[in-house]
Design a protein around this ligand. Structure first.
Ligand code: NAP
Length: 356
């Protein structure tokens, strides 16, 4: 907060609104909340009528400084009017689903064409100084190598329409954004945030795909503890990272955005301490070489893309270097265990999980 306070006076917060695409999303809603708290004017894009988002319209400062506008990633030119007159655009909108019918039309088209469309609108606007894009760890790797320490230089080269298609959509979208900047030299720069699994409290009623992972562990979707590690980052830290990447003139390139990594066993142990009923938590431990082989076999019975995800992540340790974001943006991450516990509390609050 001190960081923001200093930057507020350094940059004398602009009268021009910051545009946040996909404002209804889990991450974007926190970005909108923080921007309003810092005194910015915000234009958020949504797909339904603005009045259908009371959780955004009732945020502190929203009445005076938040405008919601309809825009769709699949409609060329849809963002032209929305970004006109803005200096900064935070582009978070992208479908986040693991299991889709048609990966090309459901994931890749909106992610890639949508990113190009938003950047094209920014170029036409002529007023934009910087675009901050929400990419993902998915654009860095889709099958972590246990012996490697991942950082901003890493690119996912393995995903395809058939293999982890959500990962593919994020990789292609981020590549398309960098290509756009290189080829068109649009007069604004690009900074990219690459979060891992984002957890924490939700401002709206929808269940995000990332928090669904925790809900599923509590709800009996996973009968066994698997050898899987997740890099975890709190949604409030992800929001701050986007805003600091916007405010700090010297921010550049990609930022791997994750706090601690937790093994599924550690998460299950933590969930045992939560207030929520626990009888559906995984009880069998299928870790180690034999356990992972069994899990991979059983994953064949899961929906195609879930099965693929399990087979590309089970039995792998996860090491990454988050020093760039800590050093350059000054992020100090909320402990992963705090985010997990607060996610469970929040899932109960919104009725996604039943209390004991
Ligand atoms: P989310 O809650 O599902 O938000 C996605 C947003 O994108 C929603 O506002 C959604 O609008 C919008 N959207 C989807 N398709 C669209 C379209 N055709 N036109 C316009 N808007 C569209 O997911 P999230 O977790 O906040 O994710 C936000 C961003 O972070 C995504 O780019 C995602 O890939 C990235 N990310 C998320 C995580 C994570 O763990 N949560 C990790 C890394 C990266 P509707 O509300 O109308 O559906």
């Amino acid at each position: 907060m001190i960081n923001h306070f200093v930057l507020f006076f350094q940059t004398m917060i602009t009268e021009k609104p910051v545009c946040v695409t996909g404002a209804s999303g889990f991450i974007a809603a926190h970005i909108v909340r923080e921007l309003l708290a810092l005194g910015y004017k915000v234009t958020g894009t949504v797909r339904k009528n603005p009045w259908e988002y009371p959780f955004l319209l009732n945020l502190p400062g929203a009445h005076e400084r938040l405008k919601l506008e309809k825009a769709d990633l699949l409609e060329e030119g849809s963002f032209d009017k929305v970004v006109a007159g803005c200096e900064y655009v935070i582009h978070t909108a992208s479908p986040f689903e693991m299991n889709v019918k048609d990966p090309q039309t459901d994931l890749v088209d909106p992610a890639v064409n949508g990113t190009e469309s938003v950047l094209g609108s920014c170029m036409k606007a002529g007023s934009i100084k910087r675009v901050i894009l929400t990419s993902s760890i998915a654009a860095m790797t889709d099958e972590p190598e246990s012996s490697k320490v991942y950082n901003e230089k890493d690119w996912n080269t393995m995903s395809s329409l058939d293999r982890n298609p959500y990962y593919y959509s994020k990789t292609l979208a981020e590549r398309a954004a960098w290509d756009f900047i290189m080829q068109k030299k649009p007069g604004f720069d690009l900074v990219v945030i690459n979060p891992f699994l984002v957890l924490g409290p939700s401002l709206g009623p929808s269940l995000s795909t990332s928090c669904e992972t925790i809900r599923d562990m509590m709800a009996g979707v996973y009968p066994a503890i698997m050898d899987i590690n997740w890099g975890i980052v709190d949604v409030r830290d992800v929001a701050s990272a986007h805003i600091l990447a916007m405010e700090k003139a010297e921010a550049s390139g990609r930022y791997l955005c994750s706090g601690d990594a937790l093994h599924m066993r550690e998460i299950v142990e933590l969930l045992k301490t939560s207030r929520c009923k626990k009888h559906s938590l995984p009880r069998i431990d299928l870790t180690g070489k034999t356990g992972s082989a069994i899990i991979k076999g059983l994953s064949m019975t899961k929906p195609k893309n879930i099965g693929k995800y399990i087979r590309t992540h089970v039995g792998r340790t996860l090491c990454y270097d988050n020093s760039k974001i800590r050093r350059e943006l000054g992020i100090s991450f909320i402990p992963a265990k705090t985010s997990v516990i607060e996610t469970v509390e929040d899932l109960m609050k919104w009725g996604h999980l039943k209390n004991s």
